[in-house]
Every structure is written in structure tokens, then in C-alpha cells.
Design a protein around this ligand. Structure first.
Ligand code: FAD
Length: 452
């Protein structure tokens, strides 16, 4: 088939690919976008949007049950089908928004899996297209390891989880990273008995020790049973029941299993070699500092390019790419990175931890303010957590923060803004924050540096 010539090909409707395609189409370019699944990618369909919609309900139930110390004794009953219907309705509306945007902008959407069939030439469905500019934004999917018995049982991943229509009595979760923890805590608060298994000795092993500990206390209060420092050796199913054999000899039984053991890049179907696009040993697309792959005119953005796996990073890649193709100087990591685990308490991170700063040879120091010292936290009965600030001793610049507590994911933007602005901790110290807010704890935190 003779290829059709267009201006831009986008493979995958991920978080950066969607605005990039729409933006160029709005400028009058002929744009073809291939999507093999639901429009809007993982975030909209299987990630952020449905998980946070689900957690809105689950955390409401959890807060109501824990309101005893405030003098509120609630009988909580969770209508799980209604929770999941609402979750799917929000997800579907977000997906429809992408479809409407593409239609209005004039993006030609091909609902098919795409693969390279030549240099800057892509084939998918009944289309073969060629363009001077190709953007790969194919994201990742749940990694499912080769554990004996796993492939033959009906396990859930983040793709099938949001299709649940009834509440499992007992949910087994493999993986104590942010996906397993958010969904595991959510299901416990919705009423399941939840077991979380992780080979690390603590949950959120990449975060600071006291963040993991605060979260473990909260999970245990929700009734979640943590099995840490062990792995699943074998999975079995019989008569609708599932059982896991752990390498410490323990056996866990449940009626549903969620696999949340990390992500793998969606590159297997791309026939990347035909397009001259090289992958690394993990299947991630190799890109340079300006998101260029090894093939001329072909760029990769988002998770599949090995960028930190967050929606806001992929979306920012779209803005970077606009600048880069216009001859600009933006690079793949020209930003202050922040992210949040949306458990309760939330664990929010921006920039570096003390250990990370020191491992880079920076002469850094850190201070920590427990939430028991924050008026708002005491008034709201949410004192389990802390705020930590890391600064460079040589110039007093703020290097990072870990905030653990109620809605810490909102609060962390205060630190992010200071870091983007290049503030020293003295600027934070002299900022007068509103009383009584959680944010009021941040100048108090900075003030600790003056006395240490
Ligand atoms: C449960 C869960 C919760 C999350 N929560 C958050 C959160 O709260 N905040 C946050 O920032 N991030 C969150 N994330 C991560 C976030 O979803 C991803 O980082 C983000 O979606 C990555 O976007 P992307 O642009 O790389 O591609 P994706 O959004 O992954 O989209 C890639 C698209 O490409 C399509 N595709 C793949 N291969 C092909 C092909 N060959 N042909 C055609 N189409 C193809 C896929 O079907 C998919 O639609 C969460 C992820 C999960 C799983």
C-alpha cells in the first residue's frame, strides 16, 4: 500500500500525545493519531482519574469510621456498585472529552494498534502513513511476573480493577508501591479484608523511613494486613478461591487478587527496529536530553521514554516538545519534580531527600516538624505525619521536601513554587501563612533551620 503523507503521526493517546496532536491540528497541520485502546491513555482510563474518583468514596468512608475521637460515631455502609458506577462515569466523561477535542481540532483518530513499517512510516488498521514528525507516547502496562500459577488465575491489574461490580470479601494485593497501597487502602475502606505483600521491608520503600512508618500505622488502623520482606512463590485457584504461597511459608486465601508489581513499557508491538528506533534493555525507548529517539524526526515522550511515570511529566513533555521542535532549548528534566501517593495520610515529595542530596555530594541538612506541632492538624485530629525540608548549607537554597499528612499533595506545591523561584529557606521563613492552616506549618518548619 502506498503510504499517505501527513504532517504528524502520534502513536498512543497518552497524556502528552493528546495535547500535542490537538495543538498541531488546531494550527492546520494534518495529524493522524493511532490508539489501540481507550482514548486518553492510562491516566484517564486505568490510572489517575478512576483511582482518585474511587478513593474519594473510599476515603470518605474511612474518615467517617475514624471520626470517633471527634465525638462522631458513624455507621458506615458502602454501596460498592454505586461507588464503581460513579468512578466509571467520571472516567467515561474524561475519555469523551478527548474524543470531542480531537474532532473539533481535526485530529484523524485511527482506533488500531500501530507499528513502524519504515522510517517515519507507521501502519495501523487499514492505514499506512508517513510524516516528517512522529511522536511515540505509548505509555506502560502492568508488569506481570512469571510466578508459578499466576497466568492461570483470574487476577486483576489496574486495567480490570475499575470494572469490578461487587466488593471482594478478601483482596490480596501483590505490591506495596503507590498503586497497591492506594487501591489496597481504598478497598479496605470500602469494606474488603485486604492483604498487601511486598518484598521490601517497608511500604513505599523509595520514600523516607518515617513516611513509610506513618503510612503503615494508618493502613493497620484500616485493618490492612501487611506482609513485608516476603514474596509470592505460587498462586493457586480452586472453586472461586485464590491462594498465595509466600516464601516465608505463609499461605493467604482471598477471592480476588490485584497485581501491582510495577510497569512495563508498551514497545513490544511497535516494531521499533523497522523505524530505526532503539530500545534499552528494559524495552524503554532510548531518547536524548531533548526527547529525540535514535531515528531522525521521531520523538518519544512520557512513561515509554523512561520519564518519571506521572501524568504531569508526560503533559509537560508535550510543552517541551513544542519548544524543542521549534528549535528551543528545553530538556527532558528541566523541572522540579513533585508527586504524591494518595493514601491517607498522603505522602508528597518534591525534589531531593537528604540522603539523595548527600549522595550527590551536596552539603545538605534537613529539619522535621511533626504534625503534633501544627495547630490545624491538632484541631482536625490528623496529627500522624510530619513535614521535612532539605536545604543546601552552602547557599540556603531549598533542595526538597517530604510532607506526610492530610492533603499533603496540595501543600507540597508551596515548596515546589519556592524551588522553581529559586528561593532560599529564609523566604519561606518570613512568609506569613494563614492561621490555622496546614500550610502554616511550612514557615514554622523553615524557622527550625534558624535554631539548628
Ligand atoms: C492505578 C494508577 C494510578 C495512577 N495515578 C497517578 C496519579 O495520581 N498521578 C499521576 O501523575 N500519575 C498517576 N499514574 C501514572 C500515569 O497514569 C501515567 O504516568 C501516565 O498515564 C503516562 O502517560 P503517557 O503519556 O506516558 O501514556 P499513557 O497514558 O500510558 O497512554 C499510552 C497510550 O498508548 C496506547 N498504545 C500503546 N501502544 C500502542 C500502539 N502500539 N498503538 C496504538 N496505541 C498504543 C495505549 O493504549 C495508551 O492508551 C497512575 C497510574 C496507574 C496505573
Amino acid at each position: 500500500m502506498t503510504p499517505e503523507d501527513v504532517d504528524l503521526i502520534v502513536i498512543g493517546s497518552g497524556q502528552g500525545g493528546v495535547p500535542f496532536a490537538a495543538n498541531l491540528a488546531e494550527k492546520g497541520k494534518r495529524v493522524v493519531l493511532f490508539e489501540r485502546g481507550r482514548l486518553g491513555g492510562s491516566c484517564v482510563n486505568y490510572g489517575c482519574t478512576p483511582s482518585k474518583s474511587f478513593l474519594a468514596a473510599a476515603h470518605s468512608a474511612g474518615r467517617a469510621r475514624r471520626a470517633g475521637p471527634l465525638g462522631i460515631h458513624a455507621e458506615v455502609s458502602v454501596d460498592f456498585p454505586a461507588v464503581m458506577n460513579r468512578t466509571r462515569a467520571i472516567r467515561d466523561e474524561f475519555m469523551s472529552h478527548v474524543a470531542r477535542w480531537f474532532e473539533k481540532a481535526g485530529v484523524e483518530t485511527v482506533h488500531a494498534q500501530a507499528a513502524f513499517s519504515g522510517e517515519r512510516q507507521v501502519t495501523g488498521g487499514d492505514r499506512v502513513v508517513r510524516a516528517p514528525l512522529v511522536v511515540i507516547d505509548t505509555g506502560t502496562t502492568a508488569a506481570v511476573p512469571d510466578i508459578p500459577g499466576l497466568a492461570s488465575v483470574p487476577y486483576l491489574t489496574n486495567e480490570s480493577f475499575f470494572e469490578l461490580t461487587s466488593l471482594p470479601q478478601c483482596l490480596l494485593v501483590m505490591g506495596g508501591g503507590y498503586i497497591g497501597l492506594e487501591l489496597g487502602q481504598g478497598m479496605a475502606r470500602a469494606g474488603s479484608q485486604v492483604h498487601i505483600i511486598d518484598h521490601n521491608m517497608r511500604v513505599l520503600a523509595r520514600e523516607e523511613m518515617d513516611a513509610s512508618q506513618a503510612l503503615e500505622r494508618s493502613l493497620s488502623e484500616d485493618g490492612v494486613r501487611l506482609h513485608l520482606g516476603c514474596s509470592v512463590e505460587r498462586v493457586d485457584a480452586a472453586g472461586g478461591a485464590l491462594s498465595l504461597r509466600l516464601d516465608n511459608g505463609e499461605r493467604l486465601d482471598g477471592d480476588a487478587l490485584l497485581v501491582a508489581l510495577g510497569r512495563q513499557p508498551n514497545t513490544a508491538a511497535l516494531n521499533a527496529t523497522a523505524g530505526g528506533v532503539e530500545l534499552d534493555a528494559h524495552g524503554t525507548i532510548k531518547v536524548d536530553r531533548q526527547l529525540r529517539t535514535t531515528a531522525q524526526g521521531v520523538y518519544a515522550i512520557g512513561d515509554v521514554a523512561g520519564q518519571p511515570a506521572f501524568t504531569h511529566v508526560s503533559w509537560e513533555d508535550y510543552r517541551r516538545l513544542c519548544d524543542i521542535i521549534a528549535g528551543g532549548t528545553r530538556t527532558r528534566d528541566d523541572r522540579v519534580l513533585a508527586y504524591t501517593t494518595f493514601t491517607e495520610p498522603q505522602v508528597a515529595r518534591v525534589g531531593m531527600t537528604l540522603a539523595q542530596a548527600q549522595s550527590k555530594g551536596i552539603d545538605a541538612r534537613a529539619v522535621t516538624l511533626p504534625l503534633t506541632s501544627v495547630a490545624r492538624a491538632i484541631e482536625w485530629g490528623q496529627t500522624d505525619g510530619s513535614y521535612r525540608l532539605v536545604v543546601d548549607k552552602s547557599n540556603d537554597m531549598i533542595l526538597g521536601a517530604t510532607l506526610v499528612g492530610y492533603e499533603a499533595g496540595e501543600l507540597v506545591h508551596v515548596i515546589l513554587a519556592h524551588m522553581e523561584a529559586g528561593s532560599t529557606w529564609h523566604v519561606l521563613d518570613r512568609s506569613v501563612h494563614i492561621h490555622p492552616t496546614y500550610a502554616e506549618g511550612l514557615p514554622s518548619l523553615a524557622r527550625l533551620l534558624a535554631s539548628t
